[in-house]
Design a protein around this ligand. Structure first.
Ligand SMILES: Nc1ncnc2c1ncn2[C@@H]1O[C@H](COP(=O)(O)OP(=O)(O)OP(=O)(O)O)[C@@H](O)[C@H]1O
Ligand SMILES: O=C(O)[C@@H](O)C(=O)CO
Length: 424
């Protein structure tokens, strides 16, 4: 297998978002959980997305795991590696986008790295280096209340400069609009000044196509699914990859009981839970009980098991920003997040033991905890449920299973029923 594109994603939902984008753009793509074991049989593909759970861990660990993934991908022929980050640039001043970018850049000897989280299909655009989420700048969006990495600055040039060892430049939209050669000239100018990375503006998919053409000549880029789209289209349009039919079917029906787990506290997920209340039974976990050692997971399982034969159920830990802040003040941010993720993993593991074969999970960290616990080594990409969220078929696991891993902010109000409707 010689890869046309290697990708390292900093969380599992982000990885499936990217794998979905690459597949839709014609690249045969597989998503692996971590670096694949040597004995994992992978199909012949153009792109591998190695999913890490490195967004919110200590920067040194994020760097070492990303480096190992890069070595594996380059060893399979990937001349370009995309480090997939969140389209809302989820990170703190301690990292992890800057430190991982710096390390990968050193490893591959890249002069200047293009960076953009733009993903117009989901409302993420970048103008003059400022990230917009829908109509508002990042710092006015719901991301200002994110439980793990509240985002308070929309200027990505500033945000990345606080995290990185290199100076950060800007390639503005006027330059992108003038085309690939104009972007190349601007990058050469910035690199000549010793600048090692540049935020690049993008508002429309056509901007991403220009960016993809330029990025494809480099060894490394950093961004969300938008730059993945640009890279994939560039690989197809330059003939480096023969376009494959998008993965519109996810194999034979799996059937069996279905369940949804929500650990995301995003506004989108809160709305989706409220809609689900109309069509399926919903159990609201008590986060305080999880943190004080009560067997809240068992209480949820006792509630769920008798209901599974009648239809899907949803178990949610999600709370409003005020409730999240109050819980974190009582127990600490990391302890709260970790304990709830582990409770979700316990619930998922036991639901699967009870026969659940179709599982929808909301939230990147939550999905990471669940997929790790289920020991799933990788996924094939099926139909798209919503922008950035495909149906995933587990590969190499014990039994057949379908999953959907939803990034916190993605999907319409009916997401849970939309997903289950496509997971047969
Ligand atoms: N009620 C709650 N109070 C405090 N923290 C919570 C609560 N419910 C869940 N959490 C934690 O909040 C974090 C949510 O992160 P997660 O990545 O799962 O969702 P998200 O950030 O909305 O999704 P994404 O990363 O895909 O955008 C997790 O660590 C989870 O355990
Ligand atoms: O890019 C995004 O917004 C998503 O794929 C994601 O990474 C959220 O966790």
């Amino acid at each position: 297998m010689t890869l046309a594109l290697g990708c390292i994603a900093d969380d599992y939902t982000g990885a499936s978002d990217l794998a979905n984008t690459l597949t839709r753009a014609g690249l045969r793509t597989v998503q692996t959980i971590g670096i694949p074991a040597d004995d994992l049989a992978l199909p012949e593909v153009d792109a591998v997305v190695v999913s890490l759970k490195s967004r919110s861990i200590e920067a040194g660990l994020a760097v070492s795991r990303s480096r190992a993934a890069e070595t594996w991908l380059r060893g399979r022929g990937a001349s370009h590696v995309l480090f997939k980050i969140c389209s809302t640039f989820d990170s703190t001043d301690a990292g992890n986008i800057g430190p991982v970018m710096d390390a990968l850049r050193d490893d591959c000897g890249e002069g200047i790295v293009l960076v953009t989280p733009a993903f117009p299909e989901t409302g993420r655009t970048v103008y003059q280096g400022n990230l917009f989420v829908g109509a508002v700048p990042l710092n006015e969006s719901p991301l200002k209340d994110h439980p793990l990495n509240p985002m308070h600055d929309s200027s990505l040039v500033r945000v990345l400069a606080r995290q990185s060892r290199t100076q950060i430049g800007l390639v503005d939209l006027a330059t992108v609009t003038r085309g690939a050669d104009a972007v190349r000239a601007r990058l050469a100018e910035l690199a000549g000044k010793g600048i090692g990375a540049a935020i690049i503006d993008a508002v429309f998919d056509r901007d991403l196509e220009t960016i993809g053409l330029v990025a494809a000549d480099h060894r490394l880029s950093v961004g969300a699914s938008g730059i993945g789209l640009g890279l994939a289209r560039a690989l197809v349009s330059t003939g480096k990859v023969k376009s494959a039919a998008a993965g519109s079917e996810s194999g034979a029906a799996v059937g069996g009981p279905a369940a949804c787990l929500a650990g995301s506290c995003s506004q989108a997920t809160l709305k989706q839970i409220a809609s689900a209340e109309q069509v399926m039974p919903v159990f609201h976990l008590d986060p305080d009980r999880i943190l004080t050692g009560a067997d809240e997971a068992q209480r949820a399982l006792d509630w769920a098991r008798p209901r599974l034969a009648e239809g899907p159920v949803l178990i949610a830990s999600s709370s409003t920003p005020d409730q999240v802040s109050a819980l974190q003040a009582r127990h600490g941010r990391d302890a709260a997040g970790h304990a709830i993720e582990q409770a979700m993993a316990d619930i998922a593991e036991n639901l699967v033991k009870s026969g659940v074969r179709r599982l929808v999970v909301a939230g990147g960290e939550t999905s990471g905890a669940v997929v790790d616990r289920l020991k799933i080594p990788g996924f094939l990409v099926g139909v798209e449920i919503a922008a950035g969220v495909p149906v995933l078929r587990a590969v190499g696991a014990g039994g057949e299973m379908l999953l959907a891993l939803k990034s916190g902010n993605f999907g319409g109000p009916e997401f849970f029923s939309d997903a289950l409707g496509l997971m047969r």
